[in-house]
Every structure is written in structure tokens, then in C-alpha cells.
Design a protein around this ligand. Structure first.
Ligand SMILES: Nc1nc2c(ncn2[C@@H]2O[C@H](COP(=O)(O)OP(=O)(O)O)[C@@H](O)[C@H]2O)c(=O)[nH]1
Ligand SMILES: [Mg+2]
Length: 462
């Protein structure tokens, strides 16, 4: 980052484009106060205002003396601000034309239009937050569910940063001891033993592995559990989707083969996002539209994190049911026996025999019975009831996951090296690479290109 970039004073509209009660224009940098002084007319000069105070007044175009708006002006002086620089926020009336006129005036008075994410980038470059916290800002803004917002907030307050930092600290200490061993190999001082090194490497490896495993939940938190409802025609799949979604999204009729395309809807089960996909009934068909529907249903089945397999409990199992069950053996699946309001004609032990150890739930979509049990079962499968506490760190960011994957390779290579009796010098090489890879997550070792890439995903004004 060239230094002059940080010397500029930047400005942008920080509130969403469109009509709003209030719109905020934010300035950050050395000239923020000077610029505000040029365009603000209030009870006192802006340079006399104390830090973290708010003032009523008017914004004036200094070239024409035209009044642009009546506003509240917030003053926050460095270093205790979002960017660690002087910040001025103009709380104006929220209308995009209005805000743009004020922004133009701010820019012609000496500020530069901020790039996407540049305020947060400055917070990072000025050392107020680490890179994982900066990235959490975007995740928080974009969060689609309660739970993803909570995890983003936890990362924003530094949970991931702390874990990675302490892991790096452990590695740095180990590296230091290895280096002592390398340097004083011939001498008669107490050095770290091979077993000790091995033990510590294993511990680090385990910790990295655990973090990587949480990425599965990370994807789910952001995109939802991909939940595909399958079954032969007319068992009540679309009825189930509609009930889960809470509105008649899919067409339901008594005619088998009604659903021909896949239908997707996002739902939320106590904070867990689910992307539910209703599919065409799986059966052999000569109708080309339905055949395409069946093909899409199979595709949706392949990508599912979870399959809800629906059978009609009011009739005996059919060959089609059994054929579908064969495809579900290796899948995370819940068996739903629907239409339990009708006399049961399905042989439940036989169903269980085809898919042992999968949960079976009796349901009547029509009566609404069994739904709660279905929801609790889904929750249990993905979060085992425990993940709803935000103490845990969840890897939600692909970049972090990739850095951890490389880190995992480094640590395993070190472990192998020790196993093969390689000298500590080789182990130290792996550990240094490991440090760098972990450093990518918190931003200790990132290049300017990576930074630009990350911050270009932000919105302007953040
Ligand atoms: N008695 C009863 N009928 C149901 C139940 N669920 C769905 N149905 C009926 O079964 C038929 C087929 O439902 P639909 O949702 O279109 O099945 P799909 O082909 O699997 O999507 C419709 O006439 C529904 O009203 C249920 O729990 N009990
Ligand atoms: Mg249907």
C-alpha cells in the first residue's frame, strides 16, 4: 500500500442507495475536519468541536453559498475511531439526489471518493483490526440468518484472530526451540526431545484439522443445508414443502406427476438455514417433460446435504420406493412416512431394513402432525444441538479454509519428516511455511493483490 493512499481523505455515502429517513456521508482522513469546516455552518467552528460529539447545522456549498441540507454532524477524532483516523459523519436527509449533492461538495472540497471497503481497509492497515475481523464486517452485512449474523459478529470481535494468533505463537515457540537445537547440537545443554517435538506437532495438527472441519458448517450457515425432498409421485412431497415454507409454493394435486421441475425455497429452522428443494416424483416415465423433471430430481439428490425421503404410509411399499432407498444408503437421510392420518398399510420394519440407522418419522402433512419432530431431527443431524452456541469458531470464509488446508499440509509434512528422522532444519522449513499460511488468515502475510481482492468485495462506504 503506497503511503499516500493513507494520506488521502476519503468520503462516501455509507447508507443504502434509495429513500431513507437519514443518509450518512462519511469522511475519514487527515483533512476530514478541515473539509467539514469548509462546508458546515453551525454554532461553532468544526475545529473547536470535541471528539465524539454531535452538532446541528447546515451544509453549504462553499462556492455558491447555497444551503444543501440541515444536518447533524458527528466528530470522531483519531485514534479512537473506526479507521484510527479523524472521522466526520454527516447525518443528512436520506434521498439519493440530496446525498449525492452533499458528497459532490465534500469531494470538491478536498476529499477523494472512497473505494469499496476502503474505510475497513484503513482500519486494517492502521492495525485496529486484523484481516479476519475485516472480512467479518462483510459477512455481518451480508448475513441472511440470525445464526450467520451471530458467527460473523463473533469473528468480528476477534475470536478467529485470537485462535490463529495463539496457534502461531505455539508454532513460533516450537520453532525457536528447534533452532536452538540446530545451533547447539554439539553442545551439552538440554534440548527439546524428538518425542516432545512430535507431541507438539500432533497437537497443532489436530487443532488445524478441527478448524477445517468446521468449514462444513460454515458453508451451511451461509448457503443453507441443501435439503432435497424425494419420493415417488403423489406421496406428499410438494405438500411437505408448502408446509415447511408456510405458503402454497408448489402445486399440489391428487394427480401423480404434478411436479415437473425442481422448486427451491429458503427456510429457517430455529436459525438454521435450509435450502429446501421439492422434486418431481421419481418413477419411470415416457412423458418427456416429466422425464426431464426426474433427471433434475436425481441431480438435486446428488448435491443434497440432507435427503428427506417421503413414502405414502397409506399404501404398501412399491418397487419404486425400494429403488429410491437403494440410492440413499450413503446419504444423510430422514425417512418420512406421510399420510399417517389414513390407515397404515406400510410395513415399517421392512422400510427400516432397507435403510438401517436412518431416522424414521411418522407425519401427516394434512393434519400437521410430526412436523416438529421432523424439524428437531434435522437440527439434531446438522448441529447435534450444540452448535447453536456461538462460542465455537466456525470457518465461513473460503479463503480461510484454503489457507488452513495448506497449513494442514505443512504440519503433516513436518510430522512425516520427524517420522522419517529428518533433521530439525527440514522441520523448521515446514513450520515457517505453516506460519505464513496461518498468517494469511489474520493478514500478517498477505500481499497487496490479496488485500485488493478482499476489499473489492465490500460495498462502498464501509
Ligand atoms: N390424507 C393425506 N393426504 C395427503 C397428505 N399429504 C399430501 N396428501 C395428498 O396427496 C396428494 C399428493 O400430494 P403432493 O404434495 O402433490 O404429492 P407429490 O407428488 O409427492 O408432490 C394430494 O392430493 C395431497 O392433498 C397427508 O398427510 N394425508
Ligand atoms: Mg409434487
Amino acid at each position: 500500500m503506497p503511503l499516500n493512499m493513507l494520506n488521502d481523505t476519503i468520503a462516501a455515502i455509507s447508507t443504502p442507495v434509495g429513500e431513507g429517513g437519514i443518509g450518512i456521508i462519511r469522511l475519514s482522513g487527515q483533512k476530514a475536519i478541515e473539509i467539514a469546516e469548509k462546508i458546515f455552518e453551525g454554532k461553532d467552528r468544526v475545529s473547536n468541536f470535541l471528539t465524539h460529539t454531535i452538532h446541528y447545522g447546515r451544509i453549504i456549498d462553499p462556492t455558491t453559498s447555497e444551503i444543501l441540507d440541515t444536518v447533524l454532524l458527528s466528530i470522531m477524532l483519531a485514534p479512537k475511531t473506526y479507521t484510527c483516523e479523524d472521522i466526520v459523519e454527516i447525518n443528512a436527509h436520506g434521498g439519493i439526489i440530496q446525498l449525492n449533492r452533499i458528497l459532490e461538495t465534500v469531494l470538491s472540497s478536498g476529499a477523494r471518493l472512497a473505494q469499496p471497503g476502503e474505510f475497513t481497509k484503513r482500519a486494517f492497515l492502521n492495525g485496529r483490526i486484523d484481516l479476519s475481523q475485516a472480512e467479518a464486517v462483510v459477512e455481518l452485512i451480508r448475513a441472511k440468518t440470525d445464526l450467520s449474523a451471530k458467527f460473523a459478529l463473533s469473528q468480528l470481535t476477534g475470536s478467529l484472530y485470537q485462535q490463529i494468533s495463539s496457534l502461531r505463537q505455539t508454532i513460533i515457540s516450537l520453532l525457536a526451540e528447534l533452532e536452538v537445537s540446530i545451533d547447539f547440537y554439539e553442545e551439552d545443554i538440554e534440548l527439546i526431545t524428538l518425542e516432545e517435538v512430535q507431541q507438539r506437532l500432533n497437537k497443532i495438527s489436530l487443532e488445524i484439522k478441527k478448524l477445517i472441519e468446521t468449514a462444513k458448517y460454515g458453508r451451511i450457515l451461509q448457503q443453507g443445508v441443501i435439503t432435497t425432498i424425494v419420493g415417488r409421485p403423489n406421496v406428499g412431497k410438494s405438500s411437505l414443502l408448502n408446509t415447511l415454507v408456510g405458503k402454497p409454493r408448489a402445486i399440489v394435486t391428487h394427480v401423480p406427476g404434478t411436479t415437473r421441475d425442481t422448486i427451491e425455497e429458503m427456510i429457517d429452522i430455529e436459525g438454521i438455514p435450509l435450502k429446501v428443494i421439492d422434486t418431481a416424483g421419481l418413477r419411470h416415465t415416457v412423458d418427456i417433460v416429466e422425464e426431464e423433471g426426474v433427471r433434475r430430481a436425481k441431480e438435486a439428490l446428488n448435491q443434497a446435504d440432507l435427503v428427506i425421503f417421503v413414502i405414502d404410509g397409506s399404501v404398501p411399499l412399491t418397487v419404486d420406493d425400494i429403488r429410491i432407498m437403494e440410492e440413499l444408503k450413503a446419504k444423510e437421510a430422514i425417512l418420512v412416512i406421510n399420510k399417517c392420518d389414513l390407515p397404515s398399510r406400510v410395513n415399517v420394519p421392512e422400510v427400516a431394513k432397507h435403510l438401517p440407522s436412518k431416522p424414521i418419522i411418522n407425519l401427516s402433512v394434512t393434519k400437521g402432525s410430526g412436523l416438529n419432530q421432523l424439524k428437531q431431527t434435522i437440527k439434531g443431524i446438522f448441529f447435534a444441538g450444540k452448535l447453536l452456541s456461538t462460542d465455537e469458531i466456525i470457518i465461513t470464509n473460503l479463503r480461510h479454509k484454503e489457507a488452513l488446508a495448506s497449513a494442514f499440509e505443512n504440519i503433516n509434512s513436518a510430522i512425516k519428516g520427524i517420522g522419517a528422522n529428518l533433521s530439525f532444519e527440514f522441520i523448521a522449513i515446514d513450520l515457517r511455511e505453516l506460519l505464513d499460511n496461518l498468517g494469511l488468515i489474520v493478514g500478517e502475510t498477505v500481499t497487496e493483490d490479496i488485500l485488493n481482492e478482499i476489499f473489492s468485495n465490500f460495498c462502498i462506504g464501509k
